[in-house]
Design a protein around this ligand. Structure first.
Ligand SMILES: [Ca+2]
Ligand SMILES: [Ca+2]
Length: 175
């Protein structure tokens, strides 16, 4: 009798191990949905980082994160939820780190970081004077409060900071 009980317990344990290995039953479908949503959000932010030129700033970390992202997709597809969970934490850390660096990086030296240019003002992060009106993006936003995307919107009585080809008749006299 005791032997039979031990055998049943053994079989039950074996079933639990096999079920856990194949289906990863430790994750409920709700947790799986959360993981997929979190992955999609991380992927979205990764694409934003790419738009902000992270390939130039952190090429190695970008490559590693893209690889991680591909791996996570495969893990999700084959139901390896625990593995995907661990990889996602790493991916989220990488993305946060890259976003942090992009908030400080100002390659066109106009006073606005790439993050500010793309996420806040819609200006170009490779052209210091996006609207070509003679005033740097950062000066327009931070000093003069003029529209950095409006070629005709310029500060009054301030010497130009960059070469300018006037396309705005009203401002011809400022040339
Ligand atoms: Ca800039
Ligand atoms: Ca400008």
């Amino acid at each position: 009798m005791k032997q039979k009980t031990l055998m049943v317990v053994g079989l039950l344990l074996l079933w639990l191990v096999v079920a856990n290995a194949t289906c990863d039953t430790s994750h409920t479908s709700l947790r799986q949905e959360d993981l997929v949503n979190s992955y999609q959000l991380a992927r979205f932010h990764l694409e934003e980082c790419e738009d902000m030129g992270v390939a130039r700033l952190e090429p190695d970390m970008l490559n590693e994160t893209v690889r991680l992202s591909d791996d996570i997709e495969e893990m999700i597809a084959r139901g390896s939820w625990s593995q995907a969970d661990i990889a996602l934490v790493q991916m989220e850390q990488n993305v946060a780190l890259m976003l942090g660096r992009l908030k400080e990086w100002d390659p066109d030296q106009d006073g606005l970081s790439n993050y500010a240019e793309l996420m806040l003002y819609g200006t170009s992060w490779s052209e210091s004077d996006s609207d070509g009106d003679g005033y740097f993006d950062g000066s327009e936003v931070l000093l003069y409060e003029t529209d950095p995307l409006d070629h005709c919107g310029v500060p009054q009585n301030v010497p130009v900071e960059a070469p300018v080809q006037r396309r705005c008749q009203a401002l011809e006299k400022l040339k």
